[in-house]
Design a protein around this ligand. Structure first.
Ligand SMILES: Cc1cc2nc3c(=O)[nH]c(=O)nc-3n(C[C@H](O)[C@H](O)[C@H](O)COP(=O)(O)OP(=O)(O)OC[C@H]3O[C@@H](n4cnc5c(N)ncnc54)[C@H](O)[C@@H]3O)c2cc1C
Length: 453
C-alpha cells in the first residue's frame, strides 16, 4: 500500500462486503426464479443469462416465434460480467487494429449498429433502463501518444467516423485527469446499466414464450443432431444450442485452449452531485479509458457514483485451473481494490477522499489476441457461440444475439467480413504452464500476455 494514501474512508453501506455491483441498486426486482423442472425438448437451448444469451433469445424469439427456446442460467440472469461491468457501451472490437478505410468503416458500422440496437430495443419495449449516449473518451497519457491519437482521430474522421481529438481546454472541459494530455472522443458511445436491460428484456422474452430456468447450471453437453444439455434437475434435448457463457465456457469443455477467465475487480464511490464531480475533475463524459496496457477505466452512473477499475496487474487475477468463482470476495481481493483506488487517486486526487460504496469482481473471457469469436461449430453445425470479448462486450455481446440469429437463419453474409466471424482464436497452453506463464509474464513486464495477430 502506498503510505501517502489517506486511510480508506469508511464504507457507506454493506455493499462493500457483498461483492455486489451498483448496477443492482434501483434495478427492477428480479422475477421469481424457476429451475428446470425435469427433462424437456426444445428447438434451441441457450446456456447463460448474460447479454449474449438474452440477446440471442430476443432475436431468435422475434424471428422464429414458433420455435421453442429454453434459456438455462446457473445462478440468476445478469450474474456474470453483464451485471458487473464498467457499463461503457463502446464502439470497436478489442484487439482489432483497423488500418484500411473499408475495414474500419465496416467495424464501426457494426458496433455503432450494436449500440443503436440496444437503444431501439429499450425504446420499442419501453424498458426502464438507465443508459446514456454522452460519449466516451480514450485518454492519452503522454504527448507522443497524444500526437499519434490526434493523427488517428483525423484519419478516422476523414473516413467518415464521427470521432474527434480533444486537447487542451476542450479536453479539460470534459475531464480533468492528472497526467491526461488529451483524448479521442467518441460521441456515439455511452453507458448502460446491464442489470436494468437484462431484467427488462426478460419480460419481453417470457411474453414470447421463452422458457427461462435459473439456478440450473449446465453440467455437460453431448452433441448430436439433437444435443443433450444435462443439468442437475433434468436434461434439455435441443436441435441447436447456444454457448452464451463467455469466460465460463471452458468449464463446459469448449474453447479450453482459446479463452481464459480473468477476474476483474472494480470499486464504486459514494454518489455526488454533478457540481461536486465537476470540482473533482469529472465534467461532461459518460466514461473514459486510458491508453496503457493494463487499461484503467471509469464511468459515472446517473446517480452520481464513479465506477472505476483496471490500471495495474493487481486489478486482475487469473486463478489456477480456469477457476471462475473468485474465492472469499471481496476481502481476498483487498490488494486489488487498494491498487485500483491508488490509480483512481493518481488520476483524480480529490476522489481519494470519497467513500467507497461498492467493490466487486466479475469474470472476463479473454483471448490471446483480445478479439472475440462468433460462429457455429460441431459435426451437425448446431453449436452456436460468441465468446472472448476481452472486457469489451457491453456492445458486442448484445450484438452477438443478432449475429447468432442470422447464422441460425443460415444468413452468414452480413457478418462474414467482420473480424469476429468464426475467428480462430490463438492457442493458450494448458496448466500448469498457463498459470506459471501468466504469473511470470505479468510480474516481469507489468503487462498482460497478448499475441498480436
Ligand atoms: C469488472 C468488469 C468490467 C467490465 N467493463 C466493461 C465495460 O465498461 N465495457 C464493455 O464493453 N465491457 C466491459 N466488461 C465486459 C462485459 O461485461 C462482458 O464482455 C459481457 O458482459 C459478456 O456478456 P456474456 O453474456 O457473454 O457473459 P456473462 O455476462 O459473463 O454471462 C454468462 C452467464 O453464463 C452463466 N453460466 C456460466 N456457466 C454456466 C453453466 N454451466 N450453466 C448455465 N449458466 C452458466 C453465468 O452465471 C453468467 O450469468 C467488463 C467486465 C467486467 C467483469
Amino acid at each position: 500500500m502506498n503510505p501517502a494514501l489517506p486511510a480508506l474512508p469508511a464504507a457507506i453501506d454493506l455493499n462493500i462486503d457483498a461483492n455486489r455491483s451498483p448496477w443492482l441498486d434501483g434495478a427492477p426486482e428480479p422475477a421469481a426464479a424457476r429451475t428446470l423442472p425435469g427433462d424437456v425438448t426444445a428447438d434451441v437451448a441457450i446456456i447463460g443469462g448474460g447479454f449474449t444469451g438474452v440477446s440471442t433469445a430476443y432475436h431468435l424469439s422475434e424471428r422464429f416465434p414458433d420455435k421453442k427456446i429454453v434459456l438455462l442460467e446457473a445462478r440468476q440472469l445478469a450474474n456474470g460480467a453483464s451485471g458487473r461491468n464498467g457499463g461503457m457501451m463502446l464502439n470497436w472490437i478489442n484487439g482489432v487494429d483497423c488500418k484500411d478505410p473499408e475495414g474500419t468503416q465496416r467495424v464501426f458500422k457494426a458496433t455503432r449498429g450494436g449500440i443503436d440496437l440496444i437503444e431501439q430495443i429499450i425504446k420499442k419495449h419501453s424498458l426502464k433502463v438507465r443508459y446514456n449516449r454522452d460519449g466516451c473518451l480514450e485518454v492519452c497519457t503522454d504527448n507522443q501518444r497524444a500526437e499519434h491519437a490526434h493523427a488517428r482521430a483525423e484519419k478516422l474522421a476523414s473516413w467518415g467516423i464521427p470521432v474527434r481529438y480533444l486537447g487542451g481546454e476542450a479536453f479539460r472541459e470534459r475531464l480533468t485527469l492528472q497526467g491526461g494530455v488529451g483524448g479521442i472522443l467518441d460521441p456515439t458511445a455511452g453507458q448502460l446499466n446491464g442489470v436494468d436491460l437484462i431484467r427488462g428484456m426478460r419480460g419481453v422474452l417470457e411474453s414470447r414464450g421463452v422458457e427461462i430456468y435459473e439456478h440450473t447450471p449446465v453440467l455437460s453437453i453431448s452433441e448430436g443432431a439433437a444435443c443433450s444439455v444435462v443439468t442437475p434437475s433434468g436434461t434439455v434435448r435441443a436441435r441447436a444450442i447456444v454457448l452464451g457463457t463467455n469466460g465460463y465456457t471452458p468449464k463446459l469443455g469448449y474453447f479450453k485452449n482459446n479463452v481464459f477467465p480473468l477476474h476483474s475487480h472494480m470499486i464504486a464511490t459514494e454518489p455526488l452531485s454533478p457540481e461536486a464531480w465537476a470540482r473533482i475533475g469529472w465534467k461532461n463524459i459518460a466514461g473514459f479509458s486510458d491508453d496503457l496496457d493494463r487499461i484503467a477505466y471509469g464511468s459515472l452512473t446517473p446517480s452520481g457514483s464513479l465506477l472505476f477499475g483496471g490500471g495495474s496487474n493487481a486489478a486482475y487475477n487469473y486463478l489456477y485451473g480456469n477457476k471462475t468463482a473468485y474465492p472469499g470476495t471481496p476481502n481476498s481481493a483487498e490488494a486489488s481494490f487498494q491498487a485500483i483506488r491508488e490509480r483512481l487517486g493518481a488520476y483524480l486526487p480529490d476522489a481519494l477522499n470519497l467513500k467507497i460504496s461498492h467493490r466487486w469482481t466479475g469474470t472476463l473471457g479473454i483471448t490471446m489476441a483480445r478479439v472475440c469469436s462468433m460462429g457455429v461449430r460441431g459435426e451437425h453445425k448446431n453449436v452456436y457461440y460468441a465468446v472472448g470479448y476481452s472486457g469489451h462486450g457491453v456492445t458486442l455481446a448484445n450484438l452477438a444475439g443478432q449475429v447468432l440469429c442470422d447464422l441460425y437463419s443460415d444468413n452468414h453474409e452480413p457478418w462474414q467480413k467482420l473480424p469476429f466471424y468464426q475467428r480462430n482464436m490463438a492457442y493458450i497452453p494448458p496448466e500448469p504452464l498457463r498459470w506459471v506463464g501468466y504469473q511470470l509474464f505479468t510480474r516481469l513486464t507489468g503487462r498482460s500476455p497478448r499475441k498480436v495477430e
